[in-house]
Write a protein that binds this ligand. Structure first.
Ligand code: ZN
Length: 292
């Protein structure tokens, strides 16, 4: 059994049929299908090629509307676990998420990828509700300096979420909520160096004791979404370190892609993890976090 714990409908030119075919090619049984509902202007025009939201919603569009996740789920209920990540600043965010759980069997709050600090009181309020409702929360982090745009408009950079210190604070404030770290602003902290704030995809050997390891040690509610180039590159920097880290926290890592290639499975094969650890990584942790 394999579960991809992070992907999106219509993403990178994959429609429903291409998506299912791609899952079959890589032996993926189920996918967490996440929305991304940040307001127009808060996502890069350079990413529009990979999205259907701007076509469907016009000027009021969000990049990945929940309605597209739902459409996929209704066409192949056994292949998808639904995620919905409303904008925490919406006054009705909690009610909307509660309705999505009741009406559509949403099991994940995500993707949360907004230009706000994730320990903002509105966000904490939403994420505490997620703890009560047993919904894991998938958070996307990017730093301003590491995402600086050559243009000033519509944005000078594409930061989301705040710094690793905001994640640390949030984990303390929402102890009953399972929180998944994801994206460059999280994974650059695999190493105990100072590259994360300025370089999206740092390279070179890992200095043990980075913030990812520190926060996993400190907070039992932190989980690691290994998806995208950020997760794959970070975990490829030092395979011996990655092996030790995953074996030390076997119930905290989730296989995930955020794309349609197979680089994460190739990386995992190279690690030769013990069988029980591998089972947790490939599906066990994802199942435990979303079971009802
Ligand atoms: Zn993301």
């Amino acid at each position: 059994m394999i579960i991809d714990a992070h992907n999106h409908p219509d993403w990178h030119k994959h429609d429903f049929d291409a998506f299912i075919k791609n899952m079959d090619t890589y032996h993926i049984d189920k996918t967490w299908l996440l929305s991304w509902e940040t307001p127009w202007g808060d996502y890069s025009p350079d990413s529009v090629y990979a999205l259907s939201g701007p076509i469907l919603g016009g000027e009021n569009s969000v990049p990945i509307p929940f309605s597209r996740c739902l459409e996929y789920k209704q066409r192949a209920p056994e292949r998808f676990i639904l995620g919905y990540g409303p904008n925490p600043h919406r006054p009705d965010a909690i009610d909307a998420l509660r309705s999505a759980v009741d009406l559509y069997d949403v099991r994940v709050c995500g993707e949360i990828k907004y230009r706000m600090l994730y320990d903002d009181p509105d966000a904490v309020d939403l994420f505490r509700f997620c703890g009560e409702a047993h919904l894991p929360v998938t958070l996307h982090f990017d730093y301003p300096e590491a995402t600086r745009s050559p243009k000033n408009y519509p944005r000078r950079n594409w930061w989301y979420g705040g710094s690793i210190d905001h994640l640390d604070n949030l984990l303390s404030l929402c102890k009953d909520t399972a929180i998944l770290g994801h994206a460059p602003g999280f994974w650059a902290h695999i190493s105990g160096d100072d590259q994360a704030a300025t370089i999206g995809y740092p390279s070179g050997p890992v200095i043990p004791g980075g913030m990812v390891e520190q926060l996993l040690t400190k907070h039992k509610n932190l989980y690691c979404d290994i998806s995208a180039g950020s997760g794959c590159r970070a975990l490829s920097r030092d395979l011996d370190y990655t092996y030790r880290l995953i074996c030390r926290f076997p119930d905290r890592f989730l296989y995930a892609r955020d794309y349609f290639d197979n680089v994460h499975q190739e990386l995992i094969e190279k690690l030769s993890l013990p069988h029980d650890v591998l089972e947790l990584l490939m599906h066990g942790n994802a199942e435990r976090l979303t079971q009802r």
